[in-house]
Design a protein around this ligand. Structure first.
Ligand code: SAM
Length: 279
């Protein structure tokens, strides 16, 4: 029986991702050597509403060029590259999935951001940095794969400076019946560790973080999926998109996710907390 880390790595890093991206870029008529961060955004921001939600979170974060940011569970590093480009800050990304980190490093090089974006394979439950190092910890759509929530938020609190901010965007267990799988984050419930929003708030507060903002995004997320589906009906599947990261059953995963949201089987929210104490 594989441990959960191995199952997560296998779920996301199923092989051949760089080749799929290159084929998609070719189809879209993009030259790999003049790629921009924005060209990759439909693919490498692997969370609900993609860039749209990243912009909302960044507004809460009020980032400065001097901020050192850690993206926990950074995936391919799309958000890290966007933040480094937009705010000129230095962003470190840590992710369990080896293939995401190796592809992410190539993409970072291609868009010329290797001096400000550092991607590293590692676990959110053992963040490979010392206490109090980061001004900002960012995490989107990661904790739903992590059963040990106390350890997850303790590690985040540990690496934050006092007064430092946690920005999050997460999927939670809703009030309805159990969710349908496969979903984008799990083929079945073996690597899905959903808790309710109330439970997640308690985990965050238990580790010395104070919640400043908690904003439900269920309706916006459903509307966004409807808009994307209508566009696909009209134009077909775009060459570059998160479907490239979801394997052959991408359509089922996305349809189940929307149904889960509509039927309150899962919910989605974003927000900000800070570590108690003065910066
Ligand atoms: C849906 S993707 C989101 C990626 C990225 N945050 C984004 O928004 O594009 C979930 C990510 O969480 C990572 N992950 C899951 N469990 C993890 C853990 N224990 N430590 C580090 N990363 C983890 C996976 O490898 C995957 O890259």
């Amino acid at each position: 029986m594989m441990n959960i880390d191995a199952l997560v790595d296998k779920h996301y890093g199923f092989g051949g991702i760089m080749e799929k991206i290159e084929a998609g870029l070719n189809l879209a008529g993009k030259d790999a050597h003049s790629l921009t961060v924005d060209d990759l955004a439909p693919l490498d921001e692997f969370h609900t509403r993609g860039r749209e939600s990243t912009l909302e979170i960044a507004e809460l974060a009020n980032l400065k060029a001097s901020d050192l940011v850690l993206d926990v569970g950074c995936g391919l590093g799309g958000t890290a590259r966007h933040l480094a480009e937009q705010y000129k800050c230095h962003v470190v990304g840590v992710d369990l999935t080896e293939e995401y980190i190796s592809v992410g490093k190539k993409l970072t090089e291609l868009v010329g951001l290797s001096d400000r974006v550092e991607l590293r394979q590692g676990s959110a439950l053992e963040i490979p940095y010392e206490d109090g190092r980061f001004d900002v910890v960012w995490t989107e759509h990661v904790q739903m794969n992590i059963a040990d929530k106390n350890r997850f938020y303790s590690e985040i609190a540990r690496v934050l400076k006092p007064g430092g901010r946690l920005l999050f965007h997460d999927i939670f267990r809703g009030r309805g019946d159990p969710p349908f799988y496969p979903a984008p984050w799990a083929e079945d419930d073996s690597i899905s560790a959903l808790v309710t929003e109330t439970e997640a708030r308690a985990f965050i507060e238990q580790v010395g973080l104070e919640i400043d903002q908690w904003i439900e995004k269920v309706q916006e997320s459903i509307e966004s999926f409807k808009r994307v589906s209508a566009q696909i009906e009209l134009d077909g599947t775009p060459p570059i998109g998160v479907h490239l990261l979801m394997g052959d059953n991408a359509k089922d995963k996305l349809q189940n996710y929307v149904r889960n949201l509509i039927e309150d089987r899962v919910s989605v929210a974003l927000g900000m907390a800070h570590k108690k104490g003065e910066l």
